[in-house]
Design a protein around this ligand. Sequence first.
Ligand code: CAA
Length: 384
Amino acid sequence: MTMRFEPTEEQTLIQKTARDVATRLLAPRAAERDRSERFPVEELSELARLGLLGIALPASLGGAEAGTVAFALSMIELARADASVAVAVSVTHMAAELITRWGTDAQRQRHVPRLVGGEYLCGSFALSEPQAGSDAGALTTTATRTARGWRLDGAKQWITSGSHAGLFVVWARTAPLGAGTRGLSAFLVERGTPGLSAGRPEEKLGLRGSSTVPLVLDGVEVGEDALLARPGDGFQIAMTALDSGRIGIAAQAVGIATAALEATTSYVKARVQFGVPLAQHQATRATLADLATARDAARLLVLFAAWKKQSGLQFSGAAARAKLVASETASRVCDAAIQLHGGYGYTRDFPVERYLRDARVTRIYEGTSEIQRIVIARELLRPR
Ligand code: CAA
């Protein structure tokens, strides 16, 4: 079997569409969104209009059905311009994918076209809680049966896009704590459902154009049709969704690293010290060579994980490797980018300080680097 590295015509077209809109719409105001912490409402609507919220989703549900490699290529382009917009896209795509996989026909028809078509603006993934982050299985939000469905009570933390999302996938416990991860279930809760409220957005180091909020669920009544799959399937739904989501976050990290590398390449050609451009100094060239090589290695891991997923192969370990390498690489590239910019890189006059701040969280959310290592090691050591 031949191994092909060149993108298909469709993948190239989607990548180009993403690059064009990122250059035209996202890049010019990314710094301003970072400063004002403005959520990208118009930007997400435009991405929905262009079909960039549903790249790997079925055409019958409003998606482009173009596969995960195309999704990853598009994510890299969006994050290269504005990582805050990219994370909203990635989480929305993850929510739409998990409903497509686990939902009933009615749930798919109701929610997926609204997520990818922009009617919900974006989706949120409400798993983490104040006391349950890496240990997601320890969450304590409860779902209790009522005459017409379920009642949800509890608190969620770090909910990306939670201030604006039209739909929340909410995890809750439907069996006592002793049931552990087997006692969790997932629910689809629409914005505006009484009892569901978002708290004050967190004041974050980076990704300041993305909102991150706590949620309160105070007697949220939902119908039986809000339950995704069966009671007790929740943890598996979360884990499989995160396997996919990690490809999106890894691609986001590659996009940020690419932006930092490009900004630095331009800078070192223009900046003269000791009578020649920085680019003429051997130390600069060696650093750039290492950074470009690390970025390319991360990019290949991301595309490999995406390819495995769209080929129907087991991809959990590949996604974790991609996320681990891409997020750590992005931090390293952005830090070196500031170093090569010298004092200017430490100011807001150049974009590299924003890239470093935005890159930092990719080592934390959708599973910290430490969690990725757990996932990778478990796969490696699993009896065959
Ligand atoms: N696919 C399918 N099933 C899986 C799975 C996977 N990838 N990983 C675990 N499972 C199953 C196991 O097979 C096991 O099934 P059984 O009960 O049938 O045996 C069950 O789930 C429990 O698995 P573990 O014993 O491995 O569970 P654990 O409690 O030890 O946790 C973990 C494993 C990998 C550490 C997991 O807790 C984890 O991934 N933690 C990180 C959570 C995370 O990534 N949170 C991100 C928050 S969301 C976010 O950031 C989004 C955003 O807004 C940007």
